[in-house]
Design a protein around this ligand. Sequence first.
Ligand code: SF4
Length: 387
Amino acid sequence: QCSAHCPVGAIYEKDDTKKVWNALQDPKKHVVVQIAPAVRVALGEAFGLEPGTIVTGKIYAALRRLGFDAIFDTNFAADLTIMEEATEFVHRFTKGEELPLITSCCPSWVDYLEKYFGDMIPHFSTAKSPQMMMASMIKTYYAQKKGIDPKDIFSISIMPCTSKKYEITRDEHMFSTGQQDLDVSITTREFSRMIKQAGIDFLNLSDEEPDNPLGMYSGAGTIFGATGGVMEAALRTAYNMVTGEELGTVEFEQVRGLEGIKAAEIDIKGTKVKVAVAHQMGNIETVLKQIQAAQKAGEEVPFHFIEVMACRGGCIAGGGQPYGATDERRKKRIAGIYKDDEGQKIRCSHQNPYIKALYDEFLEKPGSHKAHELLHTKYVDRPIYQR
Ligand code: SF4
């Protein structure tokens, strides 16, 4: 947002749309795109719609008009992230291994942790973010299924986040094919400009569907876009992994809303799981300091599982979304996210049939050796600032 405020215009927004236009015009490239959960409840604002209006079907239609060869949904990969992260949590929790487990799908938070809290890296989930899991599956599973050389695939993401541009080049642990898995990441704002530049009548597009096998998502996948969503999605699946049963009510209201730190005790058939959700850096630091204090005093840590997002409200108010994120606007976008969840026939990641097929055909099972090679990463202590 600096470009709007810099008095001399020396700081400007990084615009990668030219790379996307070039790829779309290259006949040798198979151009694949994914859209993040939070984009669908904010993009409409660029076309005069109310914050929180769900425009997923119009987005798929616009992407087809722009000429993408395959249209996938990051929400599918959010389901995949949950399979890996819930497996990691249940394993650590039941085997008494290092807790709390802390989520790692926000690249701004990952960067902050490596610089300021490197001693907490063992607590970090090794699961890649949905963006990077999708990128890996496009250049491996999808490429293999379609018989395309991964080098001929140009992979693009549309994200609510400017940090996602940094995440795609983070380090070699993010590359599962020996090259950069994701070629370009653009923001919701850049995408809205592309639709306008192409002269697409966005508001009058009829809804369309994404492509498979990486397009269909559950309600759990879509709530990743709001603070508390990753935790709630993980709990829906962790419950099934621990008990072998399905939840009657899938909503975990305790982790929803804009309160900076949300703490809850979740009962999984008599076992108490203590969780916390923190968003905005100041709140995150408060929770981390509580953990460090308990560890130093040799006491039991106050939480078993923590979700962290750098932006207030989560990705619905990320740095790449339409400008002007007030709390009122955040609440409307969040309401859109939960409405999208309620509208899905399948509400839990482990019930997504395409997720099941992906494991059966390619990844074997959650947490397998192959899943670790392709879907997990490493973190590095980089104390460039004084602690
Ligand atoms: Fe990006 Fe903000 Fe979401 Fe983190 S919380 S992934 S910085 S949009």
